[in-house]
Design a protein around this ligand. Sequence first.
Ligand code: R7I
Ligand code: MG
Ligand code: MG
Ligand code: MG
Length: 313
Amino acid sequence: ASSTASAKARGLLLGVTLGDAMGAAFEGHRHVDGEQLLQQERATTRLRYTDDTALTLALARHLAERSNPAPIDEDSLAVELAREWQREPWRGYGRGTREVFERVLRGTAWPEASGGGFQGRGSYGNGAAMRVAPVALVGTSPQHVVELARRSARVTHAHPDGQLGAMPQSCAVFLALHSDPEVPLERGRFLHRLARTVNHAEWRSRLEEVRELLDEASPASAAARLGNDATAGASVPLALLAFLRHPDHPAEAVRYAIRAGGDTDTTAAMAAAPTAARTGERGLPSAWLNRLENAATIGALAEALAERVPRCR
Ligand code: R7I
Ligand code: MG
Ligand code: MG
Ligand code: MG
């Protein structure tokens, strides 16, 4: 892989992990003030990641073991994700997803297992969006990436809204990965390309709301407007905003997402993915990286996937 692809792939995967691990201490807090966050940043304790990262890495391994043009095999992916949960069930998994995994491990095929929860409509939680970032490394176009996102999502999230959330998230990571960090990001154009690729009325208006908040919204007012809970529709827009507020500064994007409260591990992980895919690993604070569990393994997995990134600038 080129050194750029390698640095960007490492940034992407380590960024997700750091966002998740930094945000985990605040998941479910209504408000997070700057002082609390500073304390967490100054601590020297090990940074532990949660289910967001565990499943992102499982998806990344799945992709690394398969080649284009069909890098996702849903039957295997469902079992691999479920086994990851079984291996470390204490990482903080959502209830709906745990139930899907129980059914998969009992031998139920994924379409039935993922469609079984929430009164038979399936989950619209953000669990598919939170883990989707690595598909951006193997995708060859925005269209290809959102198709991979949908396929990776549906093994646990049968509800269309659960799958849809993964699409703008994956597309944002792809566009950021292929952006030149030396050239200022054109945020309006970026949102326009997302809207065009996802091509869905509800998401068009969510992305329009993000655009309206680009210049001044505080984290708290952004959370009030866009939502900050564990559903896909009310967390991906906030994460996108955090990225677009600080497209060249992963730590600031993570801070913005965390300050907004709510599902902080997940929004911070989703905000860090495109930001650090753009800047590459050097955009990540070394003080955070030094505290991160399994950083070497995660870096190695990123290197393996970097080989697959189609020509990076
Ligand atoms: O999507 P999922 O894996 O959740 C991911 C979240 C992240 O915050 C992780 O950090 C972890 O903590 O969990 O798990 P689900 O349980 O499928 O969905 C998450 C939440 O979305 C659920 O607990 C519900 O609150 C909500 N939700 C729904 N609520 C009502 N009706 C998802 N689908 C529905 C629904 O159909
Ligand atoms: Mg989590
Ligand atoms: Mg959790
Ligand atoms: Mg969460």
